[in-house]
Write a protein that binds this ligand. Structure first.
Ligand SMILES: Cc1ncc(COP(=O)(O)O)c(C=O)c1O
Length: 401
């Protein structure tokens, strides 16, 4: 496959009518190696963040052997791409048929749950034809923890409250070969303290239930870098998680796991869009809320942008985007800083879209198509480049604009 130097070269070569996803395999491999080598335990890639088969292979080749899958479609996908991968079904509410297929056909042994009903469902769906319960289950009870330090909350939908956790932990211990506790601090956790606080809740749950715990899974939430959201180095997260986990009352041979989605794939993709119309400070572009820009529309995320126009004014102004569908909600407020003279026909690169970007595309209104092309340059910013300085002592983002 031809590798282009960067987004400008792609825009020049193709003048694309459709949005183009740019892949940076080197960036994803670097992130994979970082977690595989530096996280003080096992890193499960949360496939939902970006299920691209190419990305799954890159992460596998860089040392990520475990995958957090959340639907039977993800189970089948990862199993078909990576026959030897270990799959962990970490959605706390699953159809019985999905559990049975995952266990009996795809070799999945690890499941999460946050209720007695789900526990009963897992036990029934994994029993053999004679009704004999499975003896090789790793079951992770998901604890509800605060999302207060994260940009996107995951505190409402899943997780058992600490006050109710003891009976569920004890019941799960009865049927599990390995018992785990997992949680999710919310996506884009801006401080390592989020994990310390959650692990304190894990400690209380273990003490209350007096059970032996074999797996402590700190979930996802590890951040990436976006304009206005510049987290401390990931090493800080790993160090405090390690310290806090080491002091938990768990079995001597217990394992520490994490489930990063965003941090492993945010740098993998950017997107080329074309400006189809300018109306004051509104740019009508050919991707949007129903395409790869869901977070820009729905949570006001300001992704980094750069103009790919060959000639442009130095002065920048803040613009908002309208996507291509006929829907008013297809709107990304930004502001996105671009040359003041941006015009219809110009191309723009929108960066850091590897996580929850391409994965969120729909076909609404007939849009959502577009090619993927590999480029060799660096992502617009990176958590994994040696030249990134510590944000606590200096301006930290390595911007390549
Ligand atoms: C169970 C679970 N694990 C991991 C993740 C990945 O989270 P993040 O992308 O914030 O790392 C998610 C995201 O929703 C999740 O639900």
């Amino acid at each position: 496959m031809h590798i282009h130097p960067d987004a400008s070269a792609v825009a020049r070569a193709f003048s694309p009518d459709e949005p183009v996803i740019l892949n940076r395999p080197h960036a994803a491999a670097r992130a994979g190696r970082f977690f595989a080598e530096k996280f003080p335990g096992k890193s499960l890639y949360a496939v939902k963040a970006n299920p691209s088969p190419e990305l799954l292979r890159i992460l596998w080749d860089s040392g990520i052997t475990h995958f957090d899958v959340a639907s039977i479609t993800e189970v089948r996908l990862v199993r078909s791409v990576l026959p030897e991968a270990t799959l962990c079904f970490m959605h706390p509410v699953k159809p019985a048929s999905a559990i049975a297929e995952a266990y009996k056909i795809h070799g999945v042994r690890t499941f999460s749950l946050d209720s007695a009903e789900e526990l009963a469902k897992i036990v029934a769906a994994t029993a053999d034809d004679a009704g004999e319960p499975a003896a090789d289950l790793s079951l992770c009870v998901r604890l509800r923890v605060s999302s207060e330090y994260s940009e996107l909350s995951l505190a409402s939908k899943f997780g058992i409250d600490l006050a109710d956790a003891a009976p569920l932990l004890q019941a799960t211990r009865q049927v599990a070969d390995c018992l785990g506790i997992c949680f999710h601090v919310g996506s884009q956790a801006m401080t390592p303290f989020a994990y310390v606080q959650a692990l304190e809740r894990v400690r209380a749950a273990i003490v209350d239930a007096s059970v032996t715990v074999d797996i402590v899974d700190v979930g996802g939430g590890f951040p990436s870098i976006y304009p206005g959201m510049e987290p401390p180095p990931l090493e800080d997260y790993f160090a405090v998680i390690h310290r806090a986990a080491e002091s938990l009352p768990v079995s001597y041979s217990s394992e520490l796991w994490c489930e990063p989605g965003r941090a492993l794939c945010a740098e993998y993709n950017s997107l080329i869009v074309r400006v189809d119309k300018v109306r004051g400070k509104d740019l009508y572009i050919n991707d949007g809320a129903y395409g790869a820009l869901y977070d820009a529309a729905h949570v006001g995320w300001r992704f980094p942008v750069r103009s790919l126009a060959p000639v442009q004014e130095d002065t920048e102004e803040g613009f908002s985007f309208y996507g291509p569908t006929c829907d008013d909600a297809d709107y990304m407020e930004g502001p996105f800083p671009l040359p003041a003279d941006v015009k219809a026909g110009d191309y723009i690169e929108i960066g850091m879209l590897g996580a929850y970007g391409a994965a969120m595309r729909t076909a609404f209104n007939g849009f959502g198509q577009g090619a993927a092309i590999e480029v060799a340059d660096e992502p617009m910013s990176s958590l994994y480049r040696g030249d990134r300085r510590d944000p606590r002592v200096s301006e930290n983002v390595v911007s390549l604009r």
